[in-house]
Structures are given as C-alpha cells and as structure tokens.
Design a protein around this ligand. Structure first.
Ligand code: PHE
Length: 466
C-alpha cells in the first residue's frame, strides 16, 4: 500500500516545531490528560447511558450486570491493553498497526481493515441516535415534547428531522477531525468530558431523591439468577454482556489502536488503560443509577427493552414536572449529546487516519469525504428504525466481537514482545503479565464460543428481517 510514512518523514516532521498536523506529521497528543480525556471520551458514550440500560433491561437486570462486569475483566481489560500496545508500538492507523506490530502482518492487516469498516458501520447509526439526543436537547429548551411525548418521539426517530440532525451531527464531527489530533480532538474533549461527568453526577444525585429510586436500584442491583438457569439463555446473556463490554470500551474496531498510535512511546499503558476502563465502568454504573430510578419513577421498567425506551419514558416523566422537567431535560440530553460526540469523533478518526497514513490523503479531505459517505449510509437508519436496531446487532455482536477475537489471537500469539510492549513506560503497575496469558488462552476462547452463538442468532435474525 502506498505512502507509509518513513522514519525520515517522521523525523523531518518532529524537527519543525510547528509541524503538528501538517500533511506529513500524523499528529500526537499534547498531554497525558488530553489523551486520557480523548480515550475516556471515546469509551463513555451512548453505550453507557443509552445502550447499557436497555440491554440490561432486556436481559433481566442485575444478572446481566454481573456478567458484564466479568466480561470487562476477562475480555475488556486485556483488549484495552492490547489495542493501546499495538497502536503505540506501530504508531500507525489500524491497518498499518496490524501490519507492523506483530508477525505475519501482511495477513493480519485485514483485521485492521475489518476495524475500519466496523467503525464506519457503527458511526452510520450512532450519528442517527446522536441526532435524537440533540433534538431532545433542543426540545427540552422549547418544551416541544411536553404536550405529547409520544407524537414528538415518532417525529424524532425517523424521517426528515432524524435525517437533518444526523447530517448536522456528522458535519460537526468531521469539522473537529479535520482540525487534527491535538488541535481538534484534544481541545474539544478537554472541555466536554469533565462537563459530562459533572452533569451526570448531579443528575444521579437528583435521581436518588425520586420516589422510584429504590425500585430502580433494586432492578439494577438485585440479580435474578433464574435468568441463568436455562443454558441457552445464559449463553445469550453472555453474548450480549461481552458485546456490551467491547462496545462500551470502544474495542474491536481499532479506535483505541488509533488513539494509542498518537501516544508518546514512554506513556504508561497499565495505569492509563485501567483509568480509561475504570472511568467508563464508573459512568456506566452512574448511568444505571441515573436511568433506572427515572424509569421506575416515570416510566415502566418492564418495557425498558428497546432503543427508543429512554427517549419515551424519560421525556414523559420530565413532561410531568413542568419547568423543573424542562431544565432537567436540558441537562440530561446535553450529557447524552456530549457523550455521543466524543465517541463519534473517535469513530471517524479510525478511517481518517487510515486514509491519511496509507493513501496519503490530506486529513481534512479524508475526514470530509468519509463523513459524507458515512452520513449517506446512515440515511437508511434515519429512515427506518428497524434497520437501525438490526445494524446495531450486526455491528456489535458480529463485527465487534469478531474484531476483538482477531485482536486477541494476534496480540496473544503473533506478538512475541506483547508483555514488554505493555510494560514499557510503566513503573508502579505493570499489567503485561496479566495481559499476555489472558490474550493467549482466555479471551480468545471465550470470544470464539460467543461468536459462534451470536453468528447463529444473527443468521436467524437476518432471516426474520427480510
Ligand atoms: N464506546 C462508545 C460508547 O459506549 C462507542 C464506541 C464504540 C466508540 C467503538 C468508539 C468505538 O458509546
């Protein structure tokens, strides 16, 4: 493939102090804080506050949460360390990183390409849901959904408004990516992520005082192990738990490889990786503490099983609170929109860096072209919500789990220096000797088993869809 940056080019770029984000320089994080905010921003997204609650509800509540936490340790943390190590070692886009970081890279680079394709697929519908959050944010200001939440929702989910806000969202994401790694991404996330965390904390405290709080917490925290009793059921829950763990940590589609490729070679992957995974899990749990009391107080926990749940039950409740509801709505949907935005930029960065590194396309051109293409594909999801739900299932339970399986086999078996790569730069805590055996023997075995089941389910769903 053309235009892989040579060492000379990289050196030349670092020599010119102001060369950041020029065509030759790939860019680099300006600070450790900036990187952590960007990676936490990628991880914390609609997955935490939108997807996690409805997937939990659909799988019987707390029994799912336990499996999800287990998957975070068995699959998520090893995957996070592997992606960071691969990206930091190769300092290239997804495809280039798989090609350079381990053995037989010319074959493994196709797993990187799968990551590029998955990231684009996810972004195509992610931006549609993000568009819903922006509509509800604006609608909270004007009180647009306060009269008749059901009718408002129908107008939001599909059709002209969904299309318009999807497009607008994609254009904004492309604008940030065009500005570059530290000038664009890093600047934006340093403001967005702290604001997001403050708002989410504030709302969780508010939710604590709601009449439904106890019922909501109980649903979220009291496992009903009868959900596990049927083995078929158990495996199904495990697939969703692993898919959710991968999705929420932004793994399996090379987003973390790409962000890792802008790291300093001596950065501390163990501490940073744990910080990212910990912050993401914290916000998911916080999301649960926020959403389940709201659903219990306002809506109906039992119906909390679909992508649209939160966009109906929560606005209905807010509508009953008048002006207080309006202000809460502004904050709640602002938090969702911020979370969506900082994740979406990491999704667009994956194919952008691929075009920049491998094909020598300039960053701004790559980001605009890709955003247009992805926005067009996303029209299908903006016009038909069943299609959106279907692509989400395909992306998460097939593409992402498949990508993560490839990642773990590659890191565990084809990177002899994996342990050293993970540990380089870490002093206090070195997780290399945890990551290596996990990625060799544990993570891929779990993922392979789950992948077989989820492929079978997917084929069944596919037949049902057509
Ligand atoms: N982690 C994000 C979320 O939870 C989604 C995402 C997946 C972002 C993959 C980037 C890459 O919403």
């Amino acid at each position: 493939m053309p235009a892989t940056p040579t060492e000379d080019a990289a050196e030349a770029a670092t020599e010119t102090a102001t060369a950041e984000d020029t065509a030759i320089d790939r860019g680099q994080w300006g600070s450790r804080f900036g990187f952590i905010m960007a990676a936490v921003g990628s991880a914390v997204g609609l997955g935490n506050i939108w997807r996690f609650p409805f997937t939990t509800a659909a799988n019987g509540g707390a029994a799912f949460v336990l499996l999800y936490l287990a998957m975070l340790v068995l699959v998520g943390l090893p995957g996070m360390l592997a992606e960071l190590a691969i990206g930091r070692k190769a300092r290239l886009n997804a495809v280039g990183s798989y090609r350079e970081a381990g053995e037989q890279g010319d074959k493994w680079q196709y797993v990187g390409l799968l990551g590029v394709i998955s990231a684009m697929t996810v972004l195509s519908y992610y931006a549609v849901v993000a568009g819903w959050t922006v509509q509800y944010f604006l609608g909270s200001f004007t009180g647009a959904y306060f009269g008749d939440p059901g009718t408002y929702l129908a107008g939001v989910l599909e059709g002209p408004a969904a299309i318009a806000f999807h497009m607008l969202f994609m254009a904004t994401v492309a604008g940030v990516i065009a500005l570059g790694v530290s000038n664009g991404i890093e600047r934006v996330v340093k403001v967005m992520i702290p604001s997001l965390i403050v708002i989410a904390l504030g709302l969780a405290v508010y939710a604590f005082f709601l009449p439904g709080a106890v019922e909501g917490y109980a649903f979220f925290l009291t496992p009903d192990f009868s959900a596990y009793s049927d083995p078929g059921n158990f495996v199904g829950i495990a697939v969703d738990a692993a898919g959710q763990a991968a999705f929420t940590l932004s793994l399996g589609q090379a987003a973390i490889i790409t962000y890792g490729s802008y790291l300093d070679p001596d950065s501390d992957l163990s501490v940073d990786g744990l910080t990212i995974a910990g912050a993401d899990t914290g916000v998911a749990i916080l999301g649960g503490f926020l959403v389940f009391p709201l659903l219990a107080a306002f809506g109906n926990l039992e119906t909390a099983g679909g992508p649209e749940t939160m966009f109906l039950a929560i606005p209905e409740g807010l509508a009953s609170l008048g002006i207080v509801g309006q202000s809460l709505g502004v904050l709640f949907f602002l938090a969702l929109a911020l979370a969506a935005f900082s994740s979406a930029i990491s999704l667009l960065e994956v194919p952008t860096s691929y075009l920049v590194d491998e094909w020598g396309v300039t960053r701004w051109k790559a980001s605009l072209l890709l955003a247009e293409f992805i926005a067009l594909v996303g029209l299908l999801s903006a016009m038909d919500q069943d299609f959106l739900t279907f692509v989400d299932l395909l992306a998460v339970n097939v593409l992402i789990l498949g990508g993560l399986f490839g990642l773990s086999v590659y890191a565990g078996w084809f990177m002899p220096d994996l342990k050293d790569e993970v540990d380089r730069g870490s002093e206090s805590l070195q997780l290399g000797s945890f990551a290596k055996p996990m990625l060799r023997y544990v993570t891929p075995v779990i993922l392979l088993g789950l992948l077989v089941v989820s492929l079978r389910d997917f084929v069944t769903q596919l037949a049902g869809f057509f």
